[in-house]
Design a protein around this ligand. Structure first.
Ligand SMILES: Nc1ncnc2c1ncn2[C@@H]1O[C@H](COP(=O)(O)OP(=O)(O)O)[C@@H](O)[C@H]1O
Ligand SMILES: [Mg+2]
Length: 353
């Protein structure tokens, strides 16, 4: 049985269709990521799972229950928002216990839960403080503590880390991962950050304009992106594109023949004409021969260097280990293996093979 099933969900606000038919199903204990650019409908979808919005059509099943029309409070769901929305007049312990109190959980049990959650999040020393006396990261922990106190059937997170500074974001990301490993509560997590998506998700739904472009594991999404959009959205530095045309049985750009793997070569006959030939930066190697280019920019990051070169087929970025000897203006050659090529039909924007 699936833990959560989203079936044909559509949502229209003021004659504008915001969600255009979403279908996603996840297994018990899974960590689902909804990722996509701002405005693509992630929060709207999450609000419908939470019961804060009603879909225009479609169904949502939590386990075997159809919860589409169920009031939010009866759904057995806990949610952590981007804005922590703590009660300012209550201390941390009261904030964590609030939901339990509403459910008339006896006091000794409430105290035990607060102690357990506080220990898990390492906020035991903050229990007496008010939200105003906490840092952003501490407030975020309390908001998570409030959700964790419930042991719900489903956790929902809406960009919970986006108000934190970069270092804290990385720390909290690891904590959310550890918490999930420990509790195994089925989770839906919204983010626009591709690194959060890749590092946290068991599976990822990449959304654009109210539709799911691809639903798969982080590995599938990265190694076999289904569309041009997905290939561009996930991966940093961004995938390189070479605009290419069919030439005989193969593919060429600016008169240069481009290598294809067997599967792509076989599928090429079904493509209209124009193709996008995609190379991830790590697929490009500096070599003694290959595609000639001239170094445009060098960005060292420490463990690796991004080397950007102008070539006859356009500007390409290579991601190479360690430091490079090359300098801006130097002549270089770039090489790659056909197995590393991502090929897309420029017309349909979909993957070829
Ligand atoms: N209550 C609402 N009324 C009208 N439009 C809305 C409402 N909620 C969201 N929208 C619109 O729906 C689109 C998707 O919003 P949202 O789900 O918040 O996107 P995301 O979370 O992916 O950034 C946006 O264009 C937004 O303006
Ligand atoms: Mg949002």
């Amino acid at each position: 049985m699936q833990a959560l099933k989203i079936e044909g969900i559509r949502k229209t606000f003021h004659q504008t269709e915001i969600l255009k038919g979403i279908d996603i199903a996840i297994e018990p204990g899974e960590f689902l990521i909804l990722v996509g650019p701002s405005g693509c409908g992630k929060s709207t979808l999450l609000s419908m799972i939470a019961g804060l919005e009603q879909p225009s059509s479609g169904r949502i099943l939590l386990g075997e229950r159809d919860i589409t029309a169920l009031p939010s409070k009866d759904r057995d769901i806990a949610m952590v928002f981007q804005s922590y929305a703590l009660y300012p007049n209550m201390n941390v312990a009261q904030n964590i216990a609030f939901g339990l109190e509403m459910r008339k959980v006896p006091k000794p049990e409430r105290a035990a839960t607060v102690a357990r959650v506080a220990a898990m999040l390492q906020i035991e020393h903050l229990l007496e403080r008010r939200p105003a006396q906490l840092s952003g990261g501490q407030r975020q922990r309390v908001a998570m503590g409030r959700a964790l106190a419930r042991a719900p059937q489903l956790f929902l997170f809406d960009e919970p880390l986006s108000n934190l500074d970069a270092k804290l974001r990385v720390e909290m990301r690891a904590e959310i991962k550890l918490l999930h490993q420990r509790t195994r509560t089925t989770t839906v997590y919204v983010t626009h950050d591709q690194v959060e998506a890749m590092t946290l998700g068991d599976r990822i739904a990449v959304m654009k304009d109210g539709q799911v472009q691809q639903f798969g594991t982080p590995h599938e999404i990265y190694t076999r992106p289904a569309t041009v959009f997905v290939a561009e959205f996930i991966g940093s530095p961004q995938i390189n594109w070479i605009a290419a045309q069919r030439q005989g049985a193969g593919l060429a750009a600016h008169g240069l023949e481009l290598g294809l793997n067997g599967e792509q070569a076989a599928a090429l006959s079904a493509v209209g004409g124009e193709c996008l030939y995609g190379l991830r930066p790590e697929a490009l190697q500096l070599a003694g021969e290959g595609l000639p280019g001239r170094v445009h920019m060098i960005e060292p990051t420490g463990p690796e260097t991004y080397l950007c070169a102008d070539t006859p087929v356009g500007r390409l970025t290579a991601r190479v280990p360690g430091e490079v000897r090359e300098r801006v203006g130097d002549a270089v050659h770039l090489r790659w293996v056909p197995e590393a090529v991502h090929l897309f039909d420029a017309g349909t924007q979909r993957r070829v093979a």
